[in-house]
Design a protein around this ligand. Sequence first.
Ligand code: SAM
Length: 270
Amino acid sequence: MRIKPKKSLGQNFLVDQNIRNKIINSLELKESDIIFEIGAGRGELTALIASKVNRVYALEIDKRLLGILSGSLVGYNNTEIINQDVLEFDLGSFIRDRGIEGKVKVFGNIPYYISSPIIEHLLEFHKYIGEIFLTVQKEFGVRVAAGPGSKDYGSFSCFTQYYALPKILFDISKSCFRPSPKVDSSFLKLEIRKRPAVNVASEALFFKIIRSGFGKRRKILRNSLSGVVDPQVLDRFFSGISLDRNIRPERLTLENFAFLANLQFLRKKA
Ligand code: SAM
């Protein structure tokens, strides 16, 4: 029976065998690897991965695909299908309950419209993960990997780079998928850092300052942070670093944001 792809679930299936192989090669799979695949779909990639690793947990939300998925995995006793929404999947509890040791790898050819929520959700479990590999919309990948000074650098780049080192491995043309999406993709690797990129006294405050700083992009940092950071703290910040007082948020490094957040934290405590 042919199953009509659901647009609402981002069902653009990867059909290009060269790109499938390229993805499998870039995952650098080892026999000991434990893989979590997000959106396993019909399971073509899942089976390729299963033939090379210790175990694959294949998450798929769409019940209609489960029959085809389990059909693709016949003979692979090292696989388990989990019929769940990834955004509701508690990876940490699952890993603890199963007694899984060592860091796991996460892979997914995921729906574009939930790329940021998926990354945010996965990074909550950063201490259990070694690497995350995702197929994302090309422009989104550029934003995740952008650094200070780039027009694409923003609060999501900072959030991701606090936990991970991003790298765009290669681009994938929209013609490699069926049905073909409107946009091209990139294959993105997030190597999870052993510890976050910078030391902050309060992550909540650090991310709040970053979000507010980038909230009004055309504004200079001083103005977009009024109400969030005390004026005296901003004065101390600007005298502590050799940067223009009219600087825009996109020029600030994670270290700069951390310095600012820690100054504000100390001020609030005093
Ligand atoms: N892995 C297959 C491939 O490469 O051809 C399918 C990829 S398709 C782009 C995305 C898959 O993610 C679909 O099978 C879809 O049903 C599934 N999906 C969508 N939203 C999901 C969610 N929230 N949790 C888990 N799977 C989801």
